[in-house]
Design a binder for this molecule. Sequence first.
Ligand SMILES: Nc1nc2c(ncn2[C@@H]2O[C@H](COP(=O)(O)OP(=O)(O)O)[C@@H](O)[C@H]2O)c(=O)[nH]1
Ligand SMILES: [Mg+2]
Length: 324
Amino acid sequence: MSDKKKNNDELIKLVLEGQPRAIARMMSKAETGNPDDRIAMAKIFRHSGRAHVIGLTGVPGSGKSTMVRSLTLEFRKTGRKVGIIAVDPSSPFSGGSILGDRVRMNDLTGDDGVFIRSMATGGALGGLARPALDTVDVLDAAGFDIVLIETVGVGQDEVDIVSAAHTVVVVSAPGLGDEIQAIKAGVLEIADIHAVSKCDRDDAPRTIADLQGMLSLGRHTMRSREWKPVVIPTSSERGEGIEDLVAAIDAHLEHLNKSGEMEMRKRRIAEMRILKSAEDVVRERLRKQRDGKLAVLLDKAMNRTIDPHSAALELLDGFNEKDG
Ligand SMILES: Nc1nc2c(ncn2[C@@H]2O[C@H](COP(=O)(O)OP(=O)(O)O)[C@@H](O)[C@H]2O)c(=O)[nH]1
Ligand SMILES: [Mg+2]
């Protein structure tokens, strides 16, 4: 057995035991996605599939990170282990406000049953979807009962990530403009639960009423025929509504399992992940071909002896060869 393989096997064993340092190392491997590490990730994947993956999305400043923190504390009351992945460069979990957030997150990071990872940039290639969902597998395999993914609902990549959750919570806040934020962020159709944050503010009833009004128009039927999205008012500041939110999340999980919809969602998620990975492979192979073949084709395109589409076909020629 090679040293590398032996090290990876040892690492996998520690991840499955839930050892935090091993989890962090495995996540770094998942993020970079080197060929050697893919073998380890394939083993991790085989041990995943038990966690309830919950996506939280909403515009910046809507209160997602604050809600993730309150939710985590609430889930911990029932003994469930919670893994958190914050895909948000502007998140208090990462980036500029990391210091302020460290202070806020202190009570979470001291807890063995909580693991927080923030992610601001993707791997060398492609978007964040593949690395983010691979890190979900790591937490899942490590025995976390709940995996919370926080993303800003902007851009296809982030919508892809959050649609890969079993339960999608869209967070809306009062005071961020008149329009319904879920529509603006393009996540209305994927919401299973609408959480309204900051309900300690006196303009919150308007936000709640707007959402309820819109849902009553029946614009919610895209994702599930049997589940009606609910609107849950919360205030992390006052610690109100968080129990209701957990109850709604649990009810949604029960619905998924009872109706057979969980199987369908998992199948769709698997499909999305296979296609995303295929895109990564294509991009990587193209990059390798680029230097030789592309330069020649570029010259031809520049003097108009080949058109872009024909050049693309020529670039893809011999694409499946092992060294390609
Ligand atoms: N009044 C009030 N403000 C809140 C509440 N939750 C979050 N905020 C504030 O909203 C701002 C954005 O919160 P944050 O969790 O960072 O939002 P994110 O960008 O969606 O992750 C911060 O200044 C929070 O203190 C709440 O329940 N009530
Ligand atoms: Mg945030």
